[in-house]
Design a protein around this ligand. Structure first.
Ligand SMILES: *Cc1c(COP(=O)(O)O)cnc(C)c1O
Length: 526
């Protein structure tokens, strides 16, 4: 391995490109960034503080360090540069179109960021006296009312912290409802095309998972589903629109059949962006559905902490919803918001299964989501769904002559366009195309998911992309797709223009090196 003059290993592949080798390992603004431990070392410190003397223990309350902490000492500018350089190696929605299907990577309105940063929301602590957080509780309650209104459901649990967490919340409520009537059902049915979190959640909640096949049109096979229903089936988990980017037109009939067989219906609402303002899941017979606030109602997905996956419930499941929840009461002639922390009497939450988290949700996502909803209004939200669907169909129709679109014949898609690797030259794969897209300056689309399509490529542009941005992306994708069809073998070595070249993804997933050890660099330097 080559080393630069400070003894740091340079990218081994840099030498492959004639004339690309540089003294630093950097390539213009593509910076080669070592680890913190390689910039600093554990024997130095970036700041000058007086050494602790023998008699100083009193100041330390007996907490004198007994051994080195093993962190690299860096000055402030070194630290700032390290993280800023790393941040430049990221792809972000603020840099370009992010076609990752199923993730709804939409523009993150700055208005929502501003709302989330208001100190009254940003700096609240979950253990503050209730009188000091009335505004924050009102915000949670109002957001919850919007979610109930938009989904046509009966109640909402705001505490789950992500979609997958919401799935668990929904299944625990379903289990409680079944147990309350003395019914111990063991099976959850999940369609083949489901997101991996669905079967994982069902298994985690103690259920046996059985798969329901898709039909030729990419939808749940209704006949197969009906045939499997019976006294051992606790419920189904269905994503609608589904992960092939298609609406499930039989949803009402599915719900009716499941209810008739004594089961309950969970809907994975991650794709709500495609139908918000147009379809109310409550009208489709759904009993519980999570909403990824960090997808449909303003990104970012992290939200400055975890995301947020509120769950809306039907009337039948409402008594079993988790604690705590925010309630509005009348006191001193005005509204007062309270947190119901314990099972209260009465039908509302009367038989709660317990808690999902210690507190009541993710304030940073709540303030963004309510700002997003209020700035759009109900009509604006419907427009969001319509434009998201329009953009996806534009991509589908502009590419279907070059990329196989397995379900395009059955009509328009919803918010995402699905393609397969059919038609690629021998030996060329979806992965090669994705790597070629990196060289074009785009984050790849979702690959090899859903599993029902060979070499799947799932593209979700979202509503926030202009036609010009879509055309540029389509142009890039067409160029790479043509290379894949023509068997351009240089695509096999892509990416060429990224901080790292083709990685061994299996090794990276199976044997990730997550802990820095001094000998690792010593070995690497050899
Ligand atoms: C994103 C997603 C999930 C999981 O949501 P998280 O918030 O990431 O936990 C589940 N199902 C589908 C279809 C999704 O797209």
């Amino acid at each position: 391995m080559t080393m630069n003059r400070e003894g740091r290993p340079t990218r081994p592949e840099a030498a492959e490109d004639a004339g690309a080798e540089t003294w630093t390992g950097n390539r213009a603004l593509m910076l080669e960034e070592p680890l913190l431990f390689e910039i600093g070392d554990t024997r130095t410190t970036g700041v000058d503080i007086e050494a602790v003397g023998e008699g100083d223990d009193a100041h330390l309350a007996g907490l004198r360090r007994t051994r080195p902490i093993g962190l690299a000492g860096l000055s402030e500018p070194e630290t700032v540069r390290h993280y800023t350089r790393l941040s430049r190696q990221n792809y972000a929605i603020d840099l370009g179109l992010f076609p990752l299907g199923s993730c709804t990577m939409k523009h993150n309105p700055r208005l929502c960021e501003k709302a989330a940063r208001l100190p009254g929301f940003a700096d609240v602590h979950p253990l503050q006296p209730i009188d000091t957080v009335q505004g924050a509780l009102q915000l949670i309650a109002e957001l919850g009312e919007w979610l109930i209104r938009l989904t046509g459901m009966h109640s909402v649990a705001m505490s789950p912290k992500a979609g997958a967490h919401g799935e668990l919340c929904g299944l625990l409520a379903i289990r409680s409802a079944l147990e309350a009537r003395g019914d111990k059902r063991e099976v959850i049915l999940v369609p083949e095309s489901a997101h991996g979190t669905n079967p994982a959640t069902a298994a985690f909640a103690g259920y046996r998972v059985e798969s329901i096949p898709a039909n030729a049109a990419g939808r749940v096979d209704l006949t197969a589903l009906k045939a499997r229903l019976g006294p051992d089936v606790a419920g189904v988990m269905i994503t609608n629109p589904n992960t092939c980017g298609l609406f499930e037109p039989d949803m009402i009939e599915i719900s009716r059949a499941v209810h008739e067989a004594g089961g309950l219906v969970y809907c994975d609402g991650a794709n709500f962006n495609a139908i918000v303002g147009r379809v109310r899941p409550g009208d489709l017979g759904i009993d519980a559905m999570h909403i990824n606030l960090h997808k449909t109602f303003s990104t970012p997905h992290g939200g400055g902490g975890p995301g947020a996956g509120p769950v809306v419930f039907s009337e039948a499941l409402t008594p079993f919803a988790p604690l705590p929840f925010v309630d509005k009461i009348q006191a001193d002639g005005g509204d007062r918001y309270i947190l119901v922390e314990e099972e209260c009497v009465g039908e509302h939450h009367g038989r709660s299964f317990g808690r999902m988290t210690a507190f009541h949700g993710q304030m940073g996502m709540f303030s963004r989501a309510l700002a997003y909803i209020l700035s759009h209004g109900a009509d604006g939200l419907r427009q969001v769904a319509e434009d998201a669907v329009l953009n996806a169909n534009y991509i589908l129709r502009r590419l279907e002559d070059l990329l196989d679109a397995p379900f395009a014949a059955s009509g328009p898609c919803m918010h995402e366009a699905l393609f397969s690797d059919k038609g690629f030259a021998e030996g060329m794969t979806t992965l090669d195309l994705a790597k070629g897209l990196i060289d074009e300056g785009y984050h790849p689309m979702t690959m090899y998911f859903p599993l029902v399509v060979h070499g799947a490529m799932l593209v979700e542009p979202t509503e926030t992309e202009s036609k010009a941005a879509l055309d540029q992306f389509i142009g890039a994708l067409r160029h790479v797709a043509e290379r894949a069809r023509a068997g351009d073998t240089s695509l096999k070595a892509a990416p060429f223009h990224a901080p790292r070249r083709r990685l061994d993804e299996t090794l990276a997933a199976r044997k990730p090196v997550l802990v820095y050890r001094e000998q690792d660099t010593a070995e690497a330097a050899e």
